[in-house]
Design a protein around this ligand. Structure first.
Ligand code: ATP
Ligand code: MG
Length: 322
């Protein structure tokens, strides 16, 4: 996939969106494009502006400035037309405690103008797809967090949206439920749905997103595919683990050989060194350790992770709160 997005086949095109709350610029001339039938990720720490942008793209909030096109519709000029084409599962599952799962989906169907048999059929389909059949006739107040999330996602799918917005769909879910949601998201994309999701999890963006935007303090700071973001950092990381007794000596030997600083993680006894020629340097390190009669218990070279990218562009980790 080319790295820069062109304007053809765009499902979302946000240009110059600005939103101020009092003195706080929550969004500052933000641009974002999303291709049809792809997953676009909006990544950023707490308070970055992710939900604010989602609310603007889904007609729930007006920007102070800028333009928003979704599925060919000008969201600001024609919000009701835009709403017909989009689905939204918000950051906090909006599920009514006293309805059952089935009733929730049925009600949404009726609100969208389906007749009763249609709404029943659609509810059943979604309950099956989201693995909620067993719990379908229980009040949702008995649902676990993961079940509520899935039901909320189900509600956003009732009207078969072209573009689906998911605001932190997997925050707070256990790993198994998170993977289940990833599968559902991938399935939807196969069926042609365009997805825009926000996340604080870099591995999630890495696993799901075809293209990623990183937002911080209301500004888009970097964009690209996961691969291109990683390679823009340029450097591979060699990592090795040695015994406590050998730590200092190993650091010295490697620093002498590679002429660069080796970071030491005291807790895990790992040594890390950044390099531009990962494999060559890996072999050199292995040879040098052998010569010095040192034993590396683990020795590997890897590309920088999206975590490294985030740290490099924002100066703080994605999980840190400010
Ligand atoms: N209605 C509002 N009134 C005032 N300030 C707001 C409002 N909505 C959001 N903000 C502020 O705008 C900034 C961006 O908030 P937003 O909810 O978009 O962040 P976020 O990236 O979704 O964060 P999180 O990961 O915590 O959900 C924050 O500083 C927030 O406090
Ligand atoms: Mg948010």
């Amino acid at each position: 996939m080319p790295d820069k997005i062109t304007n053809d086949k765009l499902a979302i095109n946000v240009q110059g969106v600005t939103k101020q709350f009092g003195t706080l610029k929550a969004l500052d001339t933000v641009d974002l494009k999303a291709r049809q039938s792809k997953v676009t990720g909006l990544l950023g720490p707490n308070g970055a502006g992710k939900s604010t942008l989602i609310k603007i793209m889904t007609t729930l909030l007006s920007p102070d400035d800028g333009r928003v096109m979704v599925d060919g519709v000008d969201v600001l000029a024609d919000p009701s037309e835009a709403r017909k084409r989009i689905g939204l599962a918000g950051q906090y599952a909006a599920v009514d405690d006293f309805l059952t799962g089935r009733e929730t989906l049925y009600m949404v169907g009726r609100l969208y103008g389906m007749d009763s048999p249609q709404a029943k059929k659609r509810s059943q389909e979604l309950l099956e797809r989201l693995d909620l059949v067993d719990a379908a006739d229980r009040q949702t107040k008995t649902y676990s967090g993961g079940m509520r999330r899935r039901l909320d996602l189900g509600a956003s799918l009732v009207a078969t949206p072209h573009v689906l917005f998911l605001d932190e769909p997997t925050t707070g879910l256990d790993p198994r439920t998170r993977l289940q949601l990833w599968d559902i998201i991938r399935d939807l994309v196969k069926q042609g749905v365009t997805i825009l999701l926000t996340t604080q999890y870099l591995e999630e963006a890495d696993a799901l997103c075809d293209y990623i935007y990183v937002v911080d303090h209301g500004k888009m700071i970097v964009e690209g595919t996961a691969e291109s973001l990683k390679s823009s950092l340029g450097q591979d990381v060699i990592e090795l683990r040695v015994s406590d007794a050998q730590l200092a000596r190993a650091k010295e030997v490697i620093e002498q050989r590679l002429k660069t600083e080796v970071e030491v993680d005291d807790l895990t006894q790992r040594l890390r060194v950044r390099t531009t020629s990962g494999t060559d340097d890996l072999l050199a390190v292995a040879a040098e350790l052998k010569k010095a009669k040192l034993t590396a218990e683990e020795l590997s070279v890897h590309r920088p992770s999206l975590d490294d990218v985030f740290l490099a562009v924002t100066g703080h980790s994605a999980k840190e709160t400010k």
